[in-house]
Design a protein around this ligand. Structure first.
Ligand SMILES: *Cc1c(COP(=O)(O)O)cnc(C)c1O
Length: 483
C-alpha cells in the first residue's frame, strides 16, 4: 500500500545531501539552502528519504499546520537548532499571512472530490507556501553567517512576485526581478510593481520572458560579477522550496481521510515538476498516496514522458503561450530529481542522460529496464487545452458554484479523467482566479472576485525600471545598488 523504496536506504539520523550527478561531496541542509545547481551541474537530493512508521504517521494527523510543517521539515534539516527551526516555521505559517489557521484548507466539492487551497498567501498562488519559509530561512542563515545576498531572477508571473513578497523588508537581502515589459497580466504587474520596499527592485525588460532569462544566465555566468555582488537565486530547483511543499500533501491527506489506512490520489497542475515532486517525496515517506496525477497544458513535455518514457525538451519556438502560463515550460527543471530515483539512483546514468539532452534534445527510457519500474511510483498523466480549461472552469462553476483559475482547471480536468471509483481525489488549487481575469471572463462572461485587500491594486503607485534587453545595463543597475 505504501510506496516501495527501491534501493533507498532508510534515512540515517543525520541528513546529508548529494547531487544527482554523483560528484558533490555530501553536504548539509544550510550548505545547499542558498545555492542553485550542485557544483557538478546536477540537482541536490537527500541521500535517502525518511520513512515514517505507522506510529509516526498517526502522531502527525492531529497536528496544526505549523506543527506538521516542523515535523516534516525537521526530517530534512539537522543543522539548525530545533528551537530556531520551530520559530522560523511558525513565523512563516501564520494565519495573518495565509488567511486561516489551516494555511492550506481543504474544500470538499462533493464526497470524494476535494480542492486543496494552496493560494491564500500574499500573491494568491501556491508558490507563497514555499517562498514564505524560504524568506525566513534565508534571513536566518545569512544573519548567522554575517553575509548578505542579492537575489536575481526572471519571472513571467507567479515566482517573481512570491519571491518579492517573501523577501520584502528582510535584513541582508535584496531582490532584483526581471519581467517582460507589458507581457504579464495587469494584476500580476500591479502585485510586483506596487511594492515600495527599499530592498525590492523591479526591472521590466523590453522583450519576452526568454530575454529576461538569458540576462539572468549571463549575469550569473559572470563569476567575477556574481562573487563581487553576492548574486543568488530562488528558482524552482531550490531544495528548501521542494521540502516546504511536501507538508501540504500530508495536510491534504489528513483533511480528506479519517484514518491512515485510506488511500487518496492527488491531481497536480505541473510545469517545472517542483510541486508534484514534493508529492513523490511524501509518498516515498510512506504517506498513503495511490496516484500522483500530473496535468500538463499544451506544453506537454511531461505528459509525453509519463506516457512513453521519452523525454524531449522543446525549443522556445515550440513552446506555446497558453492561458495557463505558469505551466508553459520547454523543459522541467526538477525532473532530473525524479529520474535519479527512477534509474535507482545510479550516479553514472543521470549525467549520461543529461548529456543526451544536451546533444540530442532528449532521451528515451521507454525501452530500458528502468521503465518497467515506473508503475511503482504511482504517476499517471494527462493534458489539457485552452478549450478543456474553459469547459472545466464552467463546469466547476455550474456544479459547485466555485470559480477556479486556469491552472487549477488543468489539474481538475485531468484529475477527473483519471479519477478512480471510491478513491478520494484531491485537486491542488495552484492560484486564485483573480490573477487571470481575461480567461475567467472568457469562460464565465464575468470578472472573478477580487479577494479582500486586493481591491484597487491596479491603481496603486508602481515602481519599476524599464530597460532594453542589455546585460551590461542590468549589471550597471545592480552594481549601483549593491555596494
Ligand atoms: C508554478 C505554477 C505551476 C507549476 O508548478 P511546478 O512546481 O513548476 O510544476 C502551476 N500553477 C501555477 C499557478 C503556478 O504558479
Amino acid at each position: 500500500m505504501s510506496a516501495p523504496a527501491p534501493k533507498l536506504a532508510a534515512a540515517a539520523a543525520a541528513t546529508r545531501y548529494v547531487s544527482t550527478r554523483g560528484r558533490m561531496p555530501a553536504a548539509r541542509f544550510c550548505d545547499v539552502l542558498l545555492g542553485g545547481l550542485a557544483p557538478d551541474g546536477g540537482l541536490v537530493v537527500p541521500q535517502a528519504y525518511p520513512r515514517l512508521t505507522a506510529e509516526e504517521l498517526a502522531a502527525l494527523r492531529p497536528q496544526s499546520y505549523p506543527d506538521l510543517a516542523f515535523s516534516i521539515i525537521s526530517r530534512f534539516v539537522d543543522d539548525i537548532p530545533v528551537a530556531d527551526l520551530q520559530r522560523l516555521v511558525r513565523r512563516a505559517y501564520r494565519s495573518e499571512t495565509f488567511g486561516s489557521a489551516d494555511i492550506t484548507p481543504l474544500q470538499t466539492l462533493e464526497p470524494g472530490l476535494h480542492l486543496l487551497k494552496l493560494s491564500n498567501g500574499p500573491t494568491l498562488a501556491f508558490k507563497d507556501v514555499a517562498m514564505q519559509l524560504l524568506g525566513e530561512l534565508f534571513e536566518y542563515v545569512l544573519r548567522r553567517e554575517g553575509r548578505t545576498l542579492n537575489i536575481l531572477g526572471a519571472t513571467s508571473g507567479d515566482t517573481g512576485s512570491a519571491a518579492e513578497y517573501a523577501m520584502r523588508g528582510r535584513e541582508g537581502i535584496r531582490v532584483f526581478m526581471l519581467s517582460p515589459h507589458g507581457k504579464m497580466s495587469p494584476f500580476q504587474r500591479a502585485q510586483m510593481y506596487s511594492l515600495q520596499d527599499a530592498n525590492i527592485f523591479n526591472i521590466a525588460i523590453r522583450g519576452v520572458f526568454d530575454d529576461c532569462q538569458d540576462i539572468v544566465k549571463a549575469v550569473s555566468g559572470d563569476a567575477a560579477f556574481k562573487n563581487a555582488h553576492r548574486i543568488g537565486a530562488v528558482n524552482s530547483i531550490n531544495w528548501a522550496r521542494v521540502v516546504a511543499q511536501v507538508v501540504y500533501y500530508f495536510k491534504g491527506y489528513f483533511a480528506a481521510t479519517r484514518s491512515n489506512d485510506e488511500q487518496v490520489s492527488f491531481a497536480v497542475p505541473s510545469g517545472n515538476f517542483g510541486n508534484i515532486f514534493a508529492g513523490h517525496i511524501a509518498r516515498m515517506m510512506g504517506l498513503p498516496i495511490r496516484r500522483l496525477i500530473l496535468a500538463s497544458n499544451e506544453n506537454d513535455v511531461l505528459y509525453e514522458f509519463f506516457r512513453s518514457g521519452r523525454y524531449r525538451v522543446r525549443s522556445s519556438r515550440e513552446t506555446a503561450q497558453t492561458s495557463s502560463p505558469s505551466m508553459d515550460i520547454s523543459k522541467a527543471s526538477n525532473f532530473e530529481r525524479f529520474v535519479f530515483d527512477l534509474v535507482e539512483r545510479d550516479p553514472v546514468m543521470v549525467p549520461r542522460l543529461w548529456r543526451e539532452v544536451e546533444d540530442a534534445g532528449g532521451f528515451n527510457l521507454g525501452e530500458t529496464p528502468f521503465w518497467q519500474g515506473i508503475s511503482q511510483y504511482g504517476f499517471v498523466s494527462g493534458r489539457s487545452t485552452h478549450a478543456d480549461r474553459l469547459a472545466c472552469i464552467r463546469r466547476i462553476s455550474e456544479r459547485f458554484g466555485v470559480t477556479i483559475d486556469p491552472h487549477t482547471a488543468d489539474g481538475i480536468n485531468v484529475g477527473l479523467q483519471q479519477r478512480e471509483k471510491d478513491l478520494p481525489l484531491i485537486c491542488l488549487e495552484t492560484a486564485l482566479p483573480a490573477k487571470f481575469a481575461d480567461t475567467i471572463r472568457e469562460a464565465l462572461g464575468r470578472d472573478p472576485d477580487v479577494p479582500p485587500g486586493y481591491e484597487g491594486l491596479e491603481s496603486r503607485l508602481q515602481r519599476v525600471a524599464v530597460m532594453d534587453p542589455d546585460v551590461e545595463a542590468v549589471k550597471t543597475f545592480i552594481a549601483a545598488r549593491t555596494n
